[in-house]
Every structure is written in C-alpha cells, then in structure tokens.
Design a binder for this molecule. Structure first.
Ligand SMILES: Cc1cc2nc3c(=O)[nH]c(=O)nc-3n(C[C@H](O)[C@H](O)[C@H](O)COP(=O)(O)O)c2cc1C
Length: 202
C-alpha cells in the first residue's frame, strides 16, 4: 500500500473479529517496522509488551473501561518506555560506530538528560507516539485495522505487566481484523486553525 493511502485509511477501529489469528511472524514484522521509528539520540526508549495470555488480556480489559478491543483484537501491544534509558550504557546506542563517536554521543546524552526529569519523561512520550503511529501504519499497509488507546488506569496496567519503576506506560495499540467499518470522519478543524506559518498570531 502506498504511504499516503495507509495514512488516509488508518482509522481507530473498536470492533474486531475475536477468532482471527495474527501469526507470530506477521506480528514480528510489524513490531520490527515500529522499531524503525526515530528516537532522540537513538536511545530506543520504547518497550513493546505483547500481551498473549488471554487471562491477562481480560484483566487489562477490566482496567481499560471494559473496552472490547482489548480482548477481541488479535494483538494487544502495551507501548512502554524506559525513562532511564539515557543512563544505561548509552554508548551501546552507537554500537558499530567508531569508539570516539560512541564516547562523544554518550557524553552528549548524559549532558542532555542529567537532572532534567521532565525531559527524561517527555522524550519517552515523543518516542512512544512515533512508534505507535509507525506500528499502526505498518499494520494498515498489511491489511489490518488498529486502535491507539489510553483509556485505562495507568497504575493498574503497570502492576499487571510488572512495569519497572523507571519505566512508563505510554499507550496501547491493538491490531486485528475489523468487523465494522469506521464511521465517517467528523470534527476536522479547519486547516487555518491547525497549520500556521512562522508563528502564532500575536
Ligand atoms: C493517545 C490516544 C488515545 C486514545 N485512546 C482511545 C481509547 O482508549 N479508546 C478508543 O476507542 N479510541 C482511542 N483513541 C482513538 C481516538 O478516539 C481517534 O484516534 C480519534 O477519534 C480520531 O479518529 P481516527 O483515528 O479514526 O481518525 C485514542 C487516540 C489517541 C491518539
């Protein structure tokens, strides 16, 4: 599928065929596509928790406003991110580059993140958003439907998936075969309100 068509046809889908099985190789291909999403300093903050256990899926649904797609979609991916990735042997994010480059980048990473807790957290959300959209577009291109989700209790989800203390949950992405088409798009704001030139009106 052509990129613009994938962007245009991706919709947030809520009704899925619970009998449809997405095979492991196909899901792995989608996740590897998502791993090509950019991250600042190539830190690769994101951790993709693929929830396969049906009992855990049911528990997650309970803390996600009982939204059916949590159990009915073929795949549920909890996109998490490591807020402390910046200090976990950062030279490895440049493995394969010359040692001087690895050392230089590790220093830049330390200077950028050290003592800036808001940046440590904000960067995880930027990375996770890009990864989620990349995952959804890859799935769309392969003929699946998706839904990004944050309608859930973050603390409860964290407990259920054993989230480490220095990680955050960013969102869910579900992937599967729709049983219902999306309703026509509504509510688009005018371009003039959302696309600006140079600066906001003074
Ligand atoms: C961060 C985020 C969280 C969302 N959470 C939910 C959710 O919990 N449940 C749901 O059905 N849709 C959720 N959505 C989907 C939005 O409602 C949907 O993207 C929006 O209405 C636009 O529709 P479209 O994606 O079909 O263009 C979420 C979207 C985003 C980006």
């Amino acid at each position: 599928m052509e990129t613009f068509e994938a962007i245009r046809t991706r919709r947030a889908i809520r009704a899925y065929d619970p009998t449809y099985r997405l095979d492991d190789a196909e899901l792995a291909a989608l996740l590897h596509a998502a791993r090509h999403a950019p991250s600042a300093f190539n830190i690769q903050h994101c951790r993709f928790v693929v929830v396969k256990d049906p009992a855990l899926r049911a528990q997650l649904r309970k803390v996600a406003w009982d939204q059916a797609q949590v159990t009915d979609a073929s795949a549920l991916v909890v996109i998490c991110a490591d807020m402390a990735a910046w200090k976990k042997d950062p030279a490895r994010y440049f493995n394969g580059a010359p040692k001087a480059v690895q050392d230089q980048m590790a220093g830049m990473i330390r200077d950028y993140y050290m003592g800036r807790e808001w940046v440590q957290r904000d960067e995880t959300m930027r990375s996770a958003g890009l990864a989620a959209q990349t995952l959804m577009l890859a799935a769309t291109a392969r003929g699946y439907q998706t839904c990004p989700m944050d309608g859930f209790d973050y603390d409860a989800v964290g407990k259920l998936i054993n989230l480490p203390d220095d990680h955050v949950v960013a969102m869910f992405v579900v992937i599967g075969k729709a049983t219902q088409e999306a309703a026509p798009r509504v509510g688009a704001l005018p371009d003039g309100e959302v696309i600006l030139t140079d600066r906001f009106p003074g």
